[in-house]
Write a protein that binds this ligand. Structure first.
Ligand code: KIV
Ligand code: NA
Length: 264
């Protein structure tokens, strides 16, 4: 049996070869990602990508657990990290522990991820001291969309940089084993990466982070509009649409099913 990549494996990847991370929400997608990535994130982006929600705000703990179970079944090598959804951890360290413990116990995943720097440090410490590894997430934090008034690149004003760097240090100090840095000015991402000894995983950040993550559906070309920081490594959306159109045509002209698809 293949050994799963562990939290110490990832924590040890500071300034090494970059950590490859991608999201996945289903067993077959996790199986495709598994041989190529060290980390599979079951991101709360699944609310938008899979469930058609307008933001991540409506994602529930039960949704995260259901998709987390599917991704664990589909993978064997990568470390699986599961996002704590909005409302499941912000109230108190105790609330966060109760819900994160459910995620860990019901999915078997390796770690949870939660958004917030300095403001979440006490909660991160409470979890890590009690056996729940935490991946941090700072910079652009999508669960704060309503207070931010949308998704805004962080650090355009360099007067804000010390606060972002303090966030990174607080997350590390609280015991997180790695840190997602999302949607920040490139130079700030480099400064954050240099400010901490835990690996940073960038998205819309910098190639000089210790790893990169993208939303799988975005990089496969399965999403519609994507942020500027996404590179479309594939074009599966239009290809799927063509296949569906050809099926519809074949049904209508009775060329499907043909001899090969019928029992005689
Ligand atoms: O929800 C998500 O997919 C994420 C990554 C993009 C970092 O948090
Ligand atoms: Na997320």
């Amino acid at each position: 049996p293949i050994r799963r990549i562990t939290v110490p494996d990832i924590a040890g990847r500071k300034a090494q070869t970059p950590i490859v991370a991608l999201t996945a929400y289903t067993a077959p997608m996790a199986a495709m990602v598994d041989p190529h990535a060290e980390v599979i994130l079951v991101g709360d982006s699944l609310g938008m990508v899979i469930h058609g929600l307008p933001s991540t705000i409506g994602v529930t703990l039960d949704m995260m657990i259901l998709h987390g179970q599917a991704v664990m079944r589909g993978s064997q090598r990568a470390m699986v990290v599961i996002d704590m959804p909005f409302g499941s951890y912000e109230e108190s360290p105790e609330q966060a522990f109760r819900n994160a413990a459910r995620v860990m116990a019901e999915t078997g995943a390796g770690a949870v991820k939660l958004e917030g720097g300095t403001r979440m440090a006490d909660t991160i410490a409470f979890l890590t001291q009690r056996g729940i590894p935490v991946m941090g997430h700072i910079g652009l934090t999508p669960q704060a969309t309503n207070t931010m008034g949308g998704f805004k690149t962080q650090g355009r004003d360099d007067a804000t940089w010390p606060a972002h760097i303090a966030d990174a240090r607080a997350v590390q100090q609280a015991g997180a084993f790695s840190l997602v840095v999302e949607g920040v000015m490139e130079e700030l991402a480099v400064k954050i990466t240099e400010a901490v000894t835990i690996p940073t995983i960038g998205i819309g950040a910098s190639a000089r982070c210790d790893g990169q993550i993208l939303v799988l559906d975005d990089m496969l070309g399965l999403s519609g509009r994507v942020p500027r920081f996404v590179r479309k490594f594939g074009d599966l959306g239009p290809r799927a649409e063509n296949a569906i159109a050809e099926y519809a045509q074949a049904v209508r002209d009775r060329s499907f099913p043909a001899a090969e698809q019928t029992y005689r």
